[in-house]
Write a protein that binds this ligand. Structure first.
Ligand code: AMP
Ligand code: MG
Length: 484
């Protein structure tokens, strides 16, 4: 293919390079030994306007392993910092390279990033690499989240490197191509505050506003405008997680995306039996990032965000603190309001009153006592079928159900609302692990099959029930790992 054509096809832009140079280091991916495409997301390529890739199959493994830099790309590693489990630290892309930005047919800008692409100046002691297992896991769960209608980064490709990656055991290596609205994190702002000048911070704020919230670009106080917009996105995001039982697992500030996408799929997992204390991550010993704590961590992280913005909020720092505090204080009320709206939708209550909130709380309390499956309970209510387990036979639940029925005047509209909000299939942990175990041995069929089922989470599935039961004792032993 002639060179000029290729340039037209990729059409790379690099707005990030217009930021002050402290925010990145130009850096190429480190080539890999023997790249082989494991998965390529043709539909996503098409949606992004990268259709030409579907005709360039023989080039995919070179592009998406980092072995060939597409024309027009200026690869870079981004600098950022963050609070990890409460402690502040310098981070940055230690194993990722931003190839550049594209514009999709609808005019939306997106980042194309390679993850697992080798060491960078931010790698610290890491090897810059990623395992095939964890990159396929990110591919599967991020795509599932997208189809669940939850804002998320996407996965365009997984390419095996033909190299070994050493963790607790020897693994196959891989590079994931991640698509995101950007890779601006709360930690990018913390980095600017800690290591940059006030001008750097202002520039970053303006860049973020222009890129993600252009309608807020001319607000009187850009820092507060940005904070408020990010807060709303994060509230919506976390509430979506709570809707489907998603546990991010490592909600550090560097993993909180400014445009409100779910990012950095590490030890994430889905809750089966309802319990707000559910944690699967091996390193989260105190439940900081437990299912029911995500709302509070969101608040904590946004407080760190407000703190990073302070020098740009007002010259007088006392005044700045007052203004920022007022904005942060809006979180709880907004969150609670949105949370109940979401739960009422799950229950198909069309015109809830504030006092109906107690119905939500009562159901959840019963579900916790009876260890009821989160997904199945709402489906059973929606389909008016009895669920196995002690919840349905309890007198308490029968009384609750009667009250709930009384709130559903327009049954048809109620069921329609429930259908849109209660997934029929989620990436159950044991199915994810089964698909990945098979993939490790070279059998990608269960992985593809699961991907297909998860691409239609609110639709009907002939074998839907196959995806519901949880193997006994599975959850009590299940652990997920970070940074693999
Ligand atoms: P994460 O847990 O993926 O959010 O990563 C936290 C930080 O550790 C980021 O700065 C990553 O770039 C870095 N990191 C994670 N794994 C590696 C690795 N294998 N090599 C180098 N840096 C890494
Ligand atoms: Mg991270």
């Amino acid at each position: 293919m002639p060179k000029t054509d290729k340039k037209l096809n990729w059409n790379f832009e690099s707005s990030y390079l217009e930021l002050p140079s402290i925010f990145y280091t130009k850096q190429n991916p480190v080539p890999v030994a023997k790249p082989a495409t494991v998965f390529f997301n043709e539909k996503l390529a098409q949606d992004l306007g990268l259709d030409f890739l579907n005709q360039e199959k023989e080039k995919l493994h070179d592009y998406f392993s980092g072995n060939e830099i597409p024309d027009g790309a200026t690869p870079l590693a981004q600098a950022y910092a963050g609070h990890q489990f409460g402690g502040f630290t310098m981070l940055g892309d230690g194993r990722a390279i931003l190839l550049g930005e594209g514009i999709d047919p609808e005019g939306n800008r997106f980042d194309i990033q390679l993850k697992g692409s080798g060491r960078t100046p931010y790698s610290r002691r890491g090897d810059g690499r990623a395992t095939l297992y964890s990159m396929l896991r990110e591919y599967l769960i991020s795509e599932a989240m997208f189809h669940l209608k939850i804002p998320t980064t996407r996965s365009l490709a997984v390419v095996a490197t033909g190299e070994k990656v050493y963790r607790e055991e020897v693994n196959e290596g891989a590079v994931l191509t991640r698509i995101a609205k950007s890779h601006l994190r709360v930690g990018t702002f913390e980095y600017a505050r800690a290591y940059g000048s006030i001008e750097d911070l202002h520039t970053l704020i303006n860049y973020a506003l222009e890129r993600h919230f252009p309608e807020k670009n001319n607000m009187e106080n850009p820092a507060i405008a940005l904070f408020t917009a990010v807060m709303h996105e994060q509230i919506d995001l976390i509430i979506n997680w709570l809707r489907v039982g998603f546990i991010h697992g490592v909600m550090n500030t560097d993993n909180m995306h400014i445009a409100g996408e779910t990012i950095d799929y590490g030890p994430c997992a889905f809750m089966n039996a309802y319990d707000p204390k559910t944690v699967f991550s091996s390193i989260d010993r105190n439940g900081r990032y437990a299912f029911g704590n995500q709302q509070h961590v969101g608040h904590w992280n946004l407080t760190a965000f407000a703190n990073a913005l302070l020098p740009a909020v007002a010259e007088d720092q006392e005044e700045a603190i007052k203004l920022a505090q007022k904005s942060v204080d809006g979180y709880q009320f907004k969150f609670t309001e949105r949370y109940y709206a979401m739960m009422f939708a799950k229950l198909g209550i069309l015109n809830p009153k504030e006092e109906d909130r107690v119905l939500v709380n009562d159901l959840l309390a019963m579900m916790q006592t009876h260890k009821s499956d989160y997904t199945q309970t709402f489906l059973a209510l929606e389909e008016e079928r009895e669920l196995e387990g002690t919840l349905y036979s309890s007198e308490e639940f029968k009384a609750w159900k009667e009250k709930w029925e009384n709130l559903r005047e327009d049954k048809e509209a109620s069921v329609a609302l429930m259908r849109k909000n209660n997934p029929r299939v989620i990436p159950r942990n044991h199915w994810v692990e089964n698909a990945l175990d098979e993939a490790k041995t070279g059998n990608l069929e269960p992985f593809s099959e699961l991907l297909e089922v998860l691409a239609n989470p609110y639709g009907n599935h002939s074998d839907e029930l196959k995806y519901q039961p949880i193997p006994e004792e599975f959850d009590s032993c299940y652990q997920t790992f970070c940074g693999t």
